[in-house]
Design a protein around this ligand. Structure first.
Ligand SMILES: Cc1cc2nc3c(=O)[nH]c(=O)nc-3n(C[C@H](O)[C@H](O)[C@H](O)COP(=O)(O)O)c2cc1C
Length: 171
């Protein structure tokens, strides 16, 4: 079973998750940033593809790779600014899954919260007035405060468990 981990990460959260996933895969499995994704993925039995959430979808660099993953088996993972149980998280994963070129249903998906770059938070608060969904509010401040420690040890342990389960199910 030849596998590869490909990830897109701007500030390192998704990279951390990718590296945790790698520890659950056979020794020698490649783990590459999105700009080094092999042109031909047909050599792999399964692709673990990771992205960060950008406007309710995979980030642009990840989208380009998602659209050309032609292996039958794909596992998707992502980090995002909100807790993974929120509808926005599920919608983001659905949007990213919809980019797969053969309509594949992922053999597994994993999401966890990832701290948002403080510069981006500041920019959003400047751009949008209080009361706007992206503007400053007590709820948003609290979400960012809680998010600031993610991915944490528990998230990374969950990512390892996810990868182990995917591999076990493939047999
Ligand atoms: C431009 C931009 C857009 C973002 N859009 C979303 C979004 O739509 N939903 C969300 O939950 N998080 C969003 N985030 C938060 C990131 O997805 C999150 O911080 C992620 O963990 C970053 O991963 P990375 O460290 O691998 O780059 C956005 C962040 C940036 C910088």
């Amino acid at each position: 079973m030849k596998s590869i981990v490909i990830y897109s990460s701007r500030t390192g959260n998704t990279k951390q998750v990718a590296e945790a996933i790698l520890t659950a895969l056979p020794e020698g499995t490649a783990c590459v940033p999105v700009n080094e994704a092999p042109a031909d993925l047909t050599a792999y039995d399964i692709v673990f593809m990771g992205f960060w959430a950008d406007q309710g979808n995979a980030d642009k660099a990840a989208q380009a790779v998602l659209k050309r993953i032609d292996t039958d088996k794909v596992a998707l993972f992502a980090t995002l600014g909100v807790p993974p149980m929120l509808p926005h998280a599920k919608e983001t994963m659905v949007a990213a899954t919809g980019l797969l070129p053969k309509g594949q249903t992922p053999v597994g998906t994993f999401m966890c919260q990832g701290k948002v770059d403080p510069k981006v938070i500041e920019m959003m608060y400047k751009m949008f007035p209080e009361g706007h969904p992206h503007g400053r509010s007590a709820e948003r401040d609290e979400r960012h405060r809680l998010g600031a420690t993610h991915p944490d040890e528990n998230d990374l342990a969950n990512a390892v468990a996810f990868a182990k389960e995917v591999m076990a199910n493939l047999g």
